[in-house]
Design a protein around this ligand. Structure first.
Ligand code: NAP
Length: 261
């Protein structure tokens, strides 16, 4: 797959990683459609990037998703790349947080996991008809629990397993669909955790993530472990139990320090 001449839908395309890819894909000569919930933000991005198309949509809402499907089917029947990038991340203290209702605890599952499954299913037929590709954005934190993001971890691990299963089914049933899992590490210039400084020096530059991903796609990789995600992948495979404890200690003390003074 060369990276021009495609019709690309990016959920979560109004910010961070999704927006970065939207700009790059458009620059390379692709038709780009972005979808996200916040209408003002979407309109702002569309006015700054006049070649983009966009649609207000919530991946976790069935009605909203069916409106997006109608919009794409009517206007972009050549859709051949879906990038499932919409996502949220919550640091959760399971013991003390004010709102640990089931609704709050399952929000990440609804968006990151069920949203990815629902959007993919909704466009599967058109993607196969167009010899297309799905890029599911998981996370380095799909490899092992980090303690501080108990639900986020499981949604990303599940996106990983879902992507593997979808890929194997496509091969087994001879469907013209490539399935790629993009596994980013912590990335700068994003709003995933708006209270943290995503531009910290160790975070991967968004442009580096995009370049590494494009190189991976050109080389036909099915799983792209970008930057530090390569180490996280190893940490999840070798001494996984030990590494989970180490990472969790570090992350829990970062997010929920015991000595606050
Ligand atoms: N940043 C990182 O370090 C990092 C690392 C690994 C993986 N990731 C993954 O990369 C993806 C993008 O994250 P990001 O860092 O770019 O975050 P971001 O800057 O916060 O962007 C998230 C995007 O998702 C959209 N979104 C959230 N909930 C949605 C919903 N229910 N329906 C439709 N759109 C929704 C947001 O727009 P609205 O709020 O307007 O809907 C926004 O456009 C996520 O899946 C994240 O888990 C990020």
């Amino acid at each position: 797959m060369t990276f021009s001449g495609h019709t690309i839908l990016i959920t979560g395309g109004t910010s961070g990683i999704g927006l970065g890819f939207a700009k790059k894909f458009a620059e390379l000569g692709n038709k780009v459609i972005i979808a996200a919930r916040n209408e003002d933000r979407l309109n702002q991005i569309l006015s700054e990037n006049p070649t983009f198309s966009g649609f207000v949509s919530d991946v976790a809402d069935e009605n909203s998703l069916s409106q997006l499907v109608n919009f794409i089917n009517e206007n972009f029947p050549k859709l051949d790349l879906l990038m499932n990038c919409a996502g949220i991340m919550r640091a959760i203290n399971l013991f003390e947080q004010a709102d640990n209702s089931l609704g709050a605890l399952t929000e990440e599952i609804n968006i990151n996991l069920l949203g990815t499954i629902a959007v993919t299913q909704a466009f599967l037929e058109v993607l196969v008809a167009n010899n297309g590709m799905v890029i599911n954005v998981s996370s380095g934190l799909s490899n092992l629990a980090d303690g501080a993001h108990p639900i986020y971890n499981l949604t990303k691990a599940s996106v990983h397993f879902y992507s593997d299963a979808l890929r194997e089914q496509a091969k087994y049933f001879d469907k013209a669909l490539k399935v790629v899992e993009l596994v980013p590490p912590l990335v700068a210039e994003t709003n995933l955790e708006s209270h943290t400084n995503t531009d910290a020096p160790n975070n991967m530059a968004l442009s580096d993530l995009i370049n590494e991903t494009l190189a991976g796609l050109e080389n036909g990789l099915e799983r792209i472990d970008a930057g530090f995600s390569k180490q996280l992948h190893q940490m999840g495979k070798v001494n996984s139990d030990e590494n989970t404890k180490l990472l969790s200690n570090q992350m829990l003390s970062n997010y929920f320090p015991k000595n606050k003074e």
